[in-house]
Design a binder for this molecule. Structure first.
Ligand code: FES
Length: 104
């Protein structure tokens, strides 16, 4: 029987966990962390697939951690290339609640 997608024979995540150690199994489910870095990119780590609007997957070269540009200055969008620092991008990215979804 094949292993569950993303799990090794011992239940560990395939592809390695992030250096931060935040990739975890919780109740048998793989977690993916999305971190909005202050003044910088969106970091995604764990088990995920990044696809374009047509559903075609980006080849990530085995990476389990990537950063996506949110400043608009990267020459390698959607990935961060560090231009945010050169351009002086500033946005605190403090967690907050969204208003209730209309109709809910
Ligand atoms: S957030 Fe890093 S280049 Fe845009």
């Amino acid at each position: 029987m094949a292993d569950a997608p993303g799990l090794g024979p011992g239940g560990e995540t395939r592809g390695g966990s992030s250096p931060s150690g935040r990739t975890q199994l919780q109740g048998g489910h793989i977690t993916t962390n999305i971190v909005i870095n202050p003044n910088g990119p969106i970091r995604i780590e764990g088990e995920f697939t990044l696809v374009d609007a047509e559903g075609t997957a980006f080849g990530l070269g085995g990476r389990s951690r990537i950063t996506l540009c949110r400043c608009g200055h990267s020459a390698n969008k959607p990935f961060c290339d560090g231009a945010h620092a050169r351009e002086g991008f500033r946005e605190a990215a403090v967690a907050r609640d969204l208003p209730p979804r209309p109709g809910s």
